[in-house]
Design a protein around this ligand. Structure first.
Ligand code: ATP
Length: 195
């Protein structure tokens, strides 16, 4: 079994995440996508963030009924701050040793990948699957990283969690995120403090 690991803070989950997830699954490189909900790193501002359980609720609604997708809360149980390397190593320890893991990221993260803690060790455990993202540039990415990278066909969507927070209450959010997620945001009055 080939598993893609796709992590994020998903604050909130949006159509960019759903479409990138589809592209990873359609790539033929993986059989299942495991979506890892990451706790906020301690250095991130506390304002304007949804709680872990609310982000999980939105994530579950967004991926409801999608085949071959599992949502994992393991990073909330492992020591914090969450390092992807620790998560991958843990998942390898508790799953069938024949499972092959791919680490799935958007292209913006590829350019920053060399700054991630233990990034070389991540490459020892998993290859990267990378989907295109508008504005991302990987021309400076080192060869040893590119050698472990497979690019996935992807029709980029111009949307981000920060953009959604900015537009909330002032602009058009249609086509940016699933209606069910927008309903939760409105019902719980999330992201109302502007910063
Ligand atoms: P923020 O705006 O707060 O930075 P985000 O929209 O990038 O958030 P994250 O939860 O940080 O969302 O992203 C999780 C993963 O999804 C990352 O690997 C990121 O590169 C990827 N991603 C997010 N939005 C898109 C998009 N529109 N197209 C492709 N990849 C995306």
């Amino acid at each position: 079994m080939r598993i893609g690991l796709f992590g994020g803070t998903f604050d909130p989950v949006h159509n960019g995440h759903l479409s990138i997830a589809d592209s990873f699954l359609k790539s033929g490189k993986i059989d299942q996508l495991w979506v890892l909900l990451t706790p906020f790193p301690p250095h991130k501002a506390e304002d304007n963030q949804a709680s872990y359980s609310t982000r999980l609720h939105m994530l579950q609604k967004a991926f409801e009924g999608k085949e071959n997708v599992n949502i994992l809360t393991i990073e909330n149980e492992l020591p914090k701050p969450s390092f992807s390397f620790n998560t991958i190593r843990h998942l390898k320890q508790i799953n069938d040793p024949d499972f092959q893991f791919y680490f799935c990221i958007g292209e913006d993260n590829l350019a920053k990948f060399h700054t991630w803690k233990f990034h070389e060790k991540i490459l020892d455990e998993a290859d990267l699957l990378v989907a295109k993202r508008p504005g991302a540039d990987h021309s400076q990415v080192k060869n040893y990283i590119l050698e472990s990278t497979t690019f996935v066909n992807h029709e980029p969507l111009e949307v981000s969690s920060s953009k959604i927070k900015e537009l909330l209450g002032v602009g058009e959010l249609e086509n940016m995120l699933p209606e069910k997620v927008l309903d939760i945001i409105r019902k719980e009055a999330l992201y109302t403090s502007k910063n």
